[in-house]
Design a protein around this ligand. Sequence first.
Ligand SMILES: Nc1ncnc2c1ncn2[C@@H]1O[C@H](COP(=O)(O)OP(=O)(O)O)[C@@H](O)[C@H]1O
Ligand SMILES: [Mg+2]
Length: 621
Amino acid sequence: MSSPDAPPEAAPGAQAAALDGAPVTDELPSAIPAMWRLGKLGYQHEPRLMAASIGLALLAALPDALLAVLLAILTQGVIDQDATMVAVAAIGLGLSVTLTWFLSVVSTRVQRRFRDKVTIALESHVARLQASVTTIAHHERPEYLDRLAVLRDQTFVLDHLYLSVFSTAGWILRLGVTVVLLAAIDPVLILLVVLAVPTVVTSSWRPAVERTVQEQVAESQRLAGHLFQVATTAPSGKEVRVTGIGRRLAADRRASWERWYGPIAHARAASALWHTAGWLVFGLGFVGAVVYVASVLGRPAAEVVLVLAAGARLTAYVGATVGEIGFLRGVWMDGAIRLAWLEDYAAVQAQDADAPAPTELGPGIRFEHVDFAYPGSTTAVLRDVDLTLPAGAVVAIVGENGAGKSTLVKLLSKLYEPTRGRILVDDVDLARVPADEWRDRLAGAYQDFFRFELHAGRSIGVGDLPRLDDEPAIRTAVDRAGAADVVTKLGTAERDGLDTQLGPTWPDGVEVSFGQWQKLALARGFMRDQPLVLVLDEPTAALDAETEHALFERYADFARNAGGAERLTVLVSHRFSTVRMADLIVVLDGARVAEVGTHDDLLAAGGQYAELYTIQATAYS
Ligand SMILES: Nc1ncnc2c1ncn2[C@@H]1O[C@H](COP(=O)(O)OP(=O)(O)O)[C@@H](O)[C@H]1O
Ligand SMILES: [Mg+2]
């Protein structure tokens, strides 16, 4: 797990809502500084290998670039029938070929070594950045998702980026030497390089155009991938078969694949056409140059050979330089920009958190006129929530599905920031508390808990990372969660339940039912001994009402008698038999707080709570 401080159920966290208005994190940074930053990053990690790689790449380029000179000398030697000259040229040619080969082998080895080392450094850099962002909003906003998807795929290719820079340096050197040779014959020949400009323009423009299209249709690509997964993997297998939607999924996947690939193929074809036109211009120029030197200037054969050889090389060099630069622009620059964006984004998140997380709760937690809409959406999920959750209390939140109960819990866990209003923890704005410190004070189980496919003991232990393998602590948590039966059942004659690998796809892994997963998640939530805030978001929905009731009764006693250390327990449940035990009940209705009070208050008030309670009580009796 990448973020030791995040509650295990939370996706490795990241922040955003508070900054949604901040353009600095929304716009992509500019290219040159971003590339410079990425270059520096490589140098910081492997300064010597990076210097050696560039030096060798340049050295390896030289013999190749000077080949045209040797060919010209050979021609002159043949014409003059000068045996020494011919021999020198022939030996030079042989050496040049051998050296080119030898140096490029050595240089490739060194570069690969550099690449391997730097790739690992970069990948962990990206992973660390993603995990350091404190809310999870960037995992959900479609435009950020697409941005991150590109970055993630490109972390893969990042290894090629530096190699590409080295070889670009080599090609530029070859090109420079060739230009000097041509200019020595006649400065007009430098025009050849100008004629190569259209090819440079088209090939550096191509990837940008294709990438724009790719971003526009990235959503279809994501959909196609998702449908493929739904159609072919085990978790969805049962429902796919029972509902018989297999064919439909295949057709939909095909359609969305085409929605993705069609525009891209079109953009590629169009840009290829322009590219061809660019090369045509250069080709005509080259033929013109040879004719010019031979017929117009009437230069000796050796010089015509030099132009022919250097010019022919020029096409290859320009092609390679342009190709490399195109690749650099397409992948390196793009990757660098996204990486710089992520770095800035993560940095802005850390900036405003200047208040230490409290070590104990005084009066409690106040929601002050809190509004909340999920990032990228304008629908208010919570509206003007104004609430005091007193320290030491067990607070129950009730309401219909979609009323915003889980959202309230997520705000309390600082997985998102309120869109408007504040959450005060004993008068300190939660927005100013560093998210990782705050989450150290939290414990609990979330409705959409994660299934950690580890050994059972560890999948519980991650609830309190310092005590990951602390068996007594894990057993205590198991007891608190009433999950002892699950652990016993996982065990066999020769193996303790806690040592059982969860998840059937692993060696010796066992299949675990939803209810069992839920109990394990609950145990994980109970790992921390002294959390300031404990959140329990329908963690026992898979248990029967009586077990849930017993569990909470035990837990509420424990919470209330916490030995002076006041804590707050927030419980979401649909079962009124459990809810009625709470000290305070908050009824959410359509994003607003409808009622607040104790069970008796609310029954007496005869409002929504009283009505729902009566319905359930009648149903159970
Ligand atoms: N990650 C999300 N992005 C966008 N909307 C969400 C997200 N999670 C929940 N919602 C929406 O917010 C509303 C409240 O959801 P939630 O807090 O989970 O309700 P409850 O827990 O009370 O059932 C629902 O309309 C739901 O569709
Ligand atoms: Mg919920």
